[in-house]
Design a protein around this ligand. Structure first.
Ligand code: SF4
Length: 384
């Protein structure tokens, strides 16, 4: 088999919930690319891929699956993708990244496929439906197909088009809603209004596609924090999406938002203020049935999650546990969380963990000659 048949094109990112998904690139980069908080595609130009190119990539995935199954047979694993097969693939130094992705996908066996990049919903619906149907037919074991999509794009599609996409096999759309406040959306150049978010959200649900809305705590800064929380809660209550996902603002060190930070026009929230903003938003959500997840590494509190309405109190309790910590414990928790050593607020009560964090704080302050707040800020910045 020619080596060109053992690779295919992939883009740079996927949502955290698609970590075990097969990544297939239907379009390149972001057709909007103007959001001031988003560093991902800033040096890249959007381009479409032809249906022929996409189908060729899908065919290559099929070749790779056959190749990996061949490795399994040669190792005596009977075509199963076991840890020995994965290890064998990992040890092959000249294997392309896309090949690894397929091997891991087979090993984890999720059957999930994520369509890259930022807004492949911009493809003509018939073409997108054909590409999804093709991958569903050709690649064995696909159980779920997911894509990012922009509200402005989706609101321009008809319900019939979205139903066609669902019938072709599109199961879930992740929308970067970020905020329900028109003032915040305009300020960060999201290119979508609250009304478009609501329209797109309702349409996705009406088509029978699972809807996941990403929102961005902190995006209104100090000036619009309350409005951001309340308006986001209002729009989410109207939509009642299947999932609400938190992805806290971290300002990239370039572009207009960064310039506003430097000039004082935009004052970012502290960790505590961000947590209080999330609390206000959760408290203000109406009668919804969404599942809220905090699965992004940028979020300070990972265990704020659950299903509405029954878990609202549990989510608020996690937040209150953090807010009621003594100041020194908050610092230790934030240091541990931003350094990747802690996941849950409750871990800070463990005496061994506390001792380790206290030592790490003393060592870092001495070695770096910085105060602990600067150290936490630098640790957090690695997640931008
Ligand atoms: S639409 Fe999404 S990917 Fe594009 S610039 Fe905005 S946040 Fe970034």
């Amino acid at each position: 088999m020619r080596s060109s048949q053992l690779s295919f094109e992939q883009g740079p990112i996927r949502p955290p919930s698609e970590a075990a998904s097969l990544l297939l690139r239907f379009t390149r980069n972001c057709p909007w690319n103007k959001c001031t908080f988003c560093p991902v595609y800033k040096n890249s130009t959007f381009s479409r891929r032809s249906l022929e190119e996409i189908k060729k990539d899908i065919d290559r995935v099929v070749h790779i699956i056959e190749d990996i199954k061949g490795i399994s047979w040669s190792l005596g694993e009977g075509g199963k993708i076991t840890s020995s097969v994965l290890q064998e693939v990992m040890m092959r130094s000249r294997v392309p990244q896309a090949y690894y992705n397929v091997a891991q996908w087979l090993f984890f066996g999720t059957g999930q496929v994520f369509i890259q990049d930022a807004n492949s919903l911009i493809m003509p619906s018939a073409e997108l439906a054909e590409a999804i149907a093709y991958l569903r037919t050709k690649i064995p074991g696909v159980k779920r197909v997911t894509s990012y999509g922009r509200s402005s794009t989706i609101s321009r599609k008809s319900l019939e088009e979205l139903i066609m996409l669902r019938e072709a096999g599109l199961d879930r759309i992740h929308i970067g809603m970020e905020s329900g406040s028109d003032r915040v959306l305009k300020y960060v150049r999201k290119g979508a209004t609250a009304r478009q978010h609501i329209e797109a959200g309702h349409k996705v649900k009406a088509a029978g596609i699972t809807l996941s809305e990403y929102i961005m705590p902190g995006l209104g800064g100090k000036a619009w924090s309350e409005e951001h929380a309340l308006e986001t809660a209002r729009v989410l209550t109207d939509i009642d999406p299947d999932f609400i996902r938190l992805r806290t603002l971290m300002v990239p060190p370039f572009g207009s938002l960064w310039e506003d930070v430097l000039s004082g026009r935009f004052v970012p929230l502290t960790d505590d203020e961000t947590v209080k903003e999330i609390r206000l938003m959760i408290e203000s959500l109406g009668d919804i049935h969404s599942t809220l997840t905090s699965d992004h590494i940028r979020n300070l509190l990972e265990d704020v999650n659950g299903k509405f309405p029954e878990d609202r109190k549990k989510m608020l309790t996690v937040i209150d546990e953090y807010l009621s910590l003594p100041p020194e414990d908050k610092i230790l928790f934030r240091l541990g969380r931003r350094g990747g050593a802690l996941r849950s607020v409750r871990e800070i009560q463990n005496p061994m963990i506390r001792l380790r964090l206290e030592k790490a704080k003393r060592d870092l302050e001495r070695e770096l000659g910085q105060d602990v707040e600067s150290i936490i800020g630098e640790l957090a910045a690695q997640y931008i």
